[in-house]
Design a binder for this molecule. Structure first.
Ligand SMILES: CCCCCCCC/C=C\CCCC(=O)SCCNC(=O)CCNC(=O)[C@H](O)C(C)(C)COP(=O)(O)OP(=O)(O)OC[C@H]1O[C@@H](n2cnc3c(N)ncnc32)[C@H](O)[C@@H]1OP(=O)(O)O
Ligand SMILES: Cc1cc2nc3c(=O)[nH]c(=O)nc-3n(C[C@H](O)[C@H](O)[C@H](O)COP(=O)(O)OP(=O)(O)OC[C@H]3O[C@@H](n4cnc5c(N)ncnc54)[C@H](O)[C@@H]3O)c2cc1C
Length: 669
């Protein structure tokens, strides 16, 4: 019985050969990733979707214009809402998430902002009475909502948002107003053509005094006619790099009045007579962003693993060049450079996916405490998520782009599926806080950590390694020190020494009289580096702990290879920091590289089985190169022939423009 469960008759023999080499059970690895019932439910859901044409695309989305794309995705949204509960359990986020991936592919659920921002903002920030009034209707999709915070002029600096919400004591209403062009809300998903309500982030004014940005529920379109409400100007912002099925929009309020109770009042309150009560923590109105930052880690990992699935499978059916002259052309996955590109992407994908589960659990635990007024761990969570969203979005983008390039020319074609994946994933570097800005948010926390240590104060668990000054020598190859431990300690050193060095530089500049702000800006690049090294360490530790907890021996061993590749790759990538302070020498770094190259060889026979175990169906993958059966060339030809430009032998545009020009050229002879 082969260990890889995806072997079928009629598959490309080159890919079957790969599957026959598996040294672990792909079904067991799938269970480790998804859990026992879900792994099976995912397969059942995928099979059901295939039986329902209303949930499938008639043709690849990349062949369609934007208006048709938007219409298709709305049509499928209705089909999912009407029939989806026959296929999956709507109360299970995981099952529903899988159905959405199958049906919508890369762009995700068209109403995602309703579910991942609008509803979470209400759930976390509305008081019980408001929640009772709004949530059931929103859950039933009686109306659609979005989260309108970013403006044309400001997305990062929330304190500078210009939209105002002025309290009118006389009528007990807030007046929402957009005072300038730069104050137009700009970017919110589903705002352009879909949403009826927004959670609008606006500067609260009472009696001429500003209390900073707060969240308000505002109706922008009629629930029945969908026409804009009085005082509302709204529309779509136009095509983007990716995510073009989504109607990201613009919005202007012209003195729009809403009842006092439409301000979200769980944490901050305004009484009928205009008395303001502040929240227990000033940043509680940023809660919906925290939620998405926590959730997006797994989503980003999923895209990396999809791209790795495509590129690894394709690299086993693509033959090009010889390694030994005369021995015939090899599968391109035999090249070490290809393995290095793809297996490191695979390792980051697995690391982020499994660590993403831990992040989600941590978020849920702390969010529950915050909901009940305990904000003790909010700073830790904010710092962690600021770093995580930045590192995972950026490093995932690099991994996906490597997967695309590793497919050569065919990777550049939309037939590979990877360009769309990249376009969607890379948006994560920008949304929910531009990465450079978020890394600096985390850096503040790290610098404070060093200062606390200097003052003998207690450090949070996440920062305790900063106190481990005895870790000052790379211990790779020493007896009694295994590779994993040596590498984790090296990552600890890299993070600690980087944070210490930049903090010392900041302090010294300030001691010389530079203002704190200027000293910060003069060190900003190094601060983002410190943040990067800290986050990569956190991911490495968390991934190691997760792998160590695996009970199934064969699966633990399979994921240990991936973990060790991940650790060696991270250490090599940041090895320049190891030389600082004399922690390591070049021979030791060469040892890490050797270990990495050996791991590439070790992983090679199982490469297809790792991605098979992640179990992304062909429906979801939407890739000719990544097809499970490996029958790439025939299908590339079919894909090219089916594209709309080939509907006629002679293109009307050729007849209209080029032919007359060519005829005219001939007539001049
Ligand atoms: C199912 C999968 C779902 C995936 C998603 C699907 C697809 C979705 C696609 C797109 C969705 C995109 C939606 C959006 O983009 S919504 C808009 C997001 N906007 C942002 O993220 C804006 C970024 N800017 C900010 O967050 C802030 O302005 C800031 C950069 C943090 C600065 O804020 P501010 O000026 O108020 O604060 P300070 O810098 O002065 O910091 C003061 C102290 O507050 C602490 N702080 C800041 N933020 C938080 C927070 N959120 N929680 C807790 N604490 C916070 C900060 O650390 C400072 O602390 P200190 O102790 O140092 O004083
Ligand atoms: C696909 C997508 C979906 C989105 N969906 C929503 C949504 O649903 N709702 C919503 O409200 N918004 C949404 N946004 C907006 C998004 O949150 C913002 O674009 C994002 O927060 C970045 O802000 P910005 O555009 O103002 O960038 P800017 O802040 O203008 O960034 C431009 C450059 O300036 C730098 N910079 C800015 N400030 C600083 C600083 N203090 N220190 C150092 N460098 C700095 C940045 O690092 C960056 O390099 C979406 C954006 C995208 C791309």
């Amino acid at each position: 019985m082969p260990l890889n469960h995806l072997i079928r008759d009629g598959d490309n023999p080159d890919i079957t050969e790969e599957r026959q080499k598996a040294t672990f059970s792909t079904e067991e690895l799938a269970i480790e990733i998804y859990g026992e019932p879900l792994a099976q439910r995912r397969r059942e859901i995928s099979a059901e979707v295939l039986k329902r044409p209303e949930l499938l695309d008639d043709c690849p989305h990349v062949f369609l214009d934007r208006t048709t794309k938007v219409e298709n995705s709305m049509k499928k949204t209705v089909a999912v809402m009407e029939k989806g509960s026959e296929i999956c359990d709507f109360t299970s986020r995981e099952e529903l998430g899988h159905l959405v991936c199958e049906v919508f592919g890369d762009d995700g659920f068209p109403l995602s902002i309703h579910f991942v921002m609008f509803l979470p903002a209400i759930q976390g920030q509305a008081d019980d009475e408001q929640a009772e009034q709004w949530i059931p209707r929103a859950m039933r999709l009686e109306f659609i909502g979005t989260y309108a915070q970013t403006e044309l002029g400001h997305g990062t600096n929330l304190r500078a948002l210009e939209t105002t919400a002025t309290y009118d004591k006389r009528t007990q209403e807030f007046i929402l107003h957009t005072p300038t062009v730069s104050a137009y809300k700009w970017w919110p998903g589903n705002l352009g053509k879909t949403a009826n309500y927004v959670i609008a982030n606006a500067q609260l004014y009472i009696d001429g005094k500003s209390h900073g940005p707060h969240n308000f529920l505002v109706q922008i379109r009629d629930e029945n006619t969908h026409q804009p409400m009085p005082g509302i100007t709204v529309g779509d912002i136009g095509p983007k790099f990716g995510l073009n099925t989504n109607d990201n929009g613009f919005l202007r309020f012209d003195h729009v009045r809403i009842p006092r109770r439409n301000m979200l009042m769980r944490h901050s309150k305004v009484s009928a007579d205009g008395v303001y009560s502040p929240p227990v923590h000033p940043k509680l109105s940023y809660g919906a962003m925290i939620f998405v930052r926590a959730t997006m880690i797994r989503m980003l990992a999923h895209v990396v693993l999809k791209a790795a699935t495509i590129a690894i499978r394709y690299s086993c059916v693509r033959r090009q060049g010889e390694i030994k002259t005369g021995n015939g052309e090899v599968k391109i996955l035999e090249y070490q450079t290809q393995q290095h590109r793809l297996f490191t992407a695979l390792a980051r994908g697995f690391a982020y996916r499994l660590v993403g589960d831990e992040v989600k659990n941590l978020y849920e635990k702390i969010a529950e405490e915050v909901k009940h007024g305990n904000v003790e761990q909010l700073a830790d969570l904010h710092a962690l998520l600021s770093g995580m969203k930045s590192i995972v979005s950026y490093d995932s983008g690099k991994a996906i782009e490597q997967c695309r390039m590793a497919c050569g020319g065919h990777g550049y074609s939309h037939a590979s599926g990877i360009p769309e994946m990249y376009a969607v994933e890379i948006a994560g570097c920008t949304y929910e806080g531009e990465n450079m800005v978020m890394l600096q948010q985390q850096a503040r926390y790290l610098v404070k950590g060093i200062h606390r240590l200097a003052h003998g104060e207690e450090l949070s668990t996440m920062l305790q390694y900063l106190a481990n000054t005895s870790n000052n020598k790379f211990r790779i190859g020493e007896s009694g020190v295994d590779l994993e431990n040596a590498l984790i300690l090296a990552l600890e050193y890299i993070a600690r020494s980087t944070i210490e060095r930049v903090t010392a530089r900041l302090d010294s500049l300030q001691n010389k009289g530079l203002s704190a702000e200027n000293a910060w800006n003069e060190n900003a690049v190094e601060l983002t580096r410190a943040s990067r090294t800290h986050t990569r360490l956190w991911i490495a530790r968390c991934f190691r702990d997760r792998v160590h907890r695996i009970e199934n021996h064969a699966i633990r061993s399979a994921l240990t290879d991936i973990l060790e590749l991940f650790l060696t790759y991270e250490v090599v990538d940041m090895s320049q920091y190891l030389y600082q302070g004399g922690y390591a020498n070049s021979d030791q770094v060469a040892q890490v590289k050797d270990a990495m190259y050996k791991l590439l060889e070790k992983i090679r026979p199982n490469a297809v089985s790792y991605v098979d175990a992640y179990e992304v169906s062909d429906t979801e993958l939407r890739s000719v190169l990544g097809r499970r059966d490996g029958n790439v060339y025939d299908n590339l030809l079919k894909w090219a022939k089916s594209n709309p430009l080939n509907r006629t032998e002679v293109l009307p545009a050729v007849e209209k423009h080029l032919m007359p020009m060519m005829l005219a050229a001939k007539s001049k002879l």
